[in-house]
Design a protein around this ligand. Structure first.
Ligand SMILES: Cc1cc2nc3c(=O)[nH]c(=O)nc-3n(C[C@H](O)[C@H](O)[C@H](O)COP(=O)(O)OP(=O)(O)OC[C@H]3O[C@@H](n4cnc5c(N)ncnc54)[C@H](O)[C@@H]3O)c2cc1C
Length: 307
């Protein structure tokens, strides 16, 4: 495998300008601080690099996984085969003109929110405290009961696996709770949001109120991947996990938070296997006690055993 990775790195270095790493531990790049290595990880320098990289992956039949802020992902301990495209340093442009914010997919949601507040544009406050990038937020229709990222989305610019660019209007996108179904394999590179005018002081007040609430109710002092399960219709996954008596349960260095039943936290040095054990236990016990089948909100990627 390392031989394959070296060959792929050489091929990629021949066509792109961005940084190409092999066997890069993904625990350095996920919010959870968990995850085995990426066979090859690339930081595309720009749009042309991304297109070239996607074409190489397609021609070589190598799987490609996009990584934004890694805040909605559990990377398994054996790591990820193929290419991980790290977009956290690419597509960082951000501008507000009139009521329209244009934003690169690698921009942190916190930066987007800060610009909207500064520009007196309201509508994105539901993203308060949601870590990660705008690309990842769009894929997961990230948000809170105060609103989601797609509420005010106008369009996204995407690149497909043959390197073709296209713009998808919001109406063309199939959206559901914590999901946005884009054509298979596309990478989001830019998005535009149409926002209403609001008073900056009011927007900042709302953001502060939502941040205080989050800090009081969520284990923000620990590494995690946010909510593990989607909330079932009319209920809260955290309430059901608590009802099953599982808050505080530990496996290795992973723990179902004693502050919020829908968070699993890394107490330091947890493995993906520890987390999965807790996920499985919570799913099984909640089903047995309440009849509800919980669905995962986090994205589990990679292989459980070393390649
Ligand atoms: C403490 C904490 C609190 C959280 N609170 C919330 C919350 O309140 N609401 C909520 O919705 N989420 C929440 N989350 C989850 C997470 O922050 C969001 O889902 C976030 O939007 C993910 O963005 P990311 O860049 O980290 O995505 P990643 O985890 O890097 O990726 C998520 C998925 O999107 C894909 N992806 C990423 N970027 C792109 C792109 N440019 N093009 C194509 N595919 C892409 C990845 O391949 C992956 O499938 C929380 C997480 C944490 C750790």
């Amino acid at each position: 495998m390392v031989k394959d990775a070296l060959r792929l790195r050489e091929r990629l270095q021949g066509v792109i300008r961005g940084n190409v790493l092999i066997e890069e531990p993904l625990s350095r790049h996920t919010y959870f601080r968990i995850g085995g290595p990426a066979e090859v990880m690339v930081y595309p320098a720009d749009l042309e690099d991304l297109k070239a990289l996607l074409k190489v992956a397609r021609d070589e039949s190598v799987p490609a996984l996009v990584l934004g802020g890694g805040s909605n992902m559990l990377v398994l301990d054996g790591g990820v085969e193929g290419v991980v495209i790290n977009l956290s340093r690419t597509f960082l442009d951000l501008s507000a003109i009139e009521g329209l914010i244009r934003c690169g997919a690698g921009v942190r949601t916190s930066r987007l929110l800060a610009l909207s507040a500064r520009s007196g544009l309201t509508g994105l406050e539901g993203l308060t405290g949601v870590p990660g990038t705008v690309g990842g937020a769009i894929l997961g229709n990230a948000g809170t009961p105060s609103g989601t990222v797609l509420d005010h989305l106008e369009w996204v610019r995407v690149v497909d696996c043959s390197g073709e660019e296209r713009v998808l209007q919001r109406q063309e996108m199939s959206v559901s709770y914590r999901n946005c179904a884009l054509p298979r394999g596309v990478v989001v590179v830019e998005a535009a949001f149409a926002l209403r005018k609001g008073a900056p002081v009011e927007i900042r007040r709302t953001i502060s109120r939502l941040l205080v609430k989050r800090n009081l109710t969520q284990p923000v002092e620990y590494r995690s991947a946010g909510c593990i399960f989607k909330n079932p219709p009319g209920d809260f996954a955290g309430r059901l996990v608590e009802l099953a008596g599982l808050k505080g349960l530990r496996r290795g260095a992973a723990q179902i938070s004693d502050k919020h039943g829908n968070f699993i936290v890394n107490l330091g040095g947890a493995t993906a296997a520890d987390v999965l054990w807790l996920v499985d236990r919570a799913g099984t016990e909640v089903r047995a006690k309440t009849g509800v089948a919980l669905e995962l909100e986090i994205r589990v990627v990679g292989s459980p055993i070393a390649r």
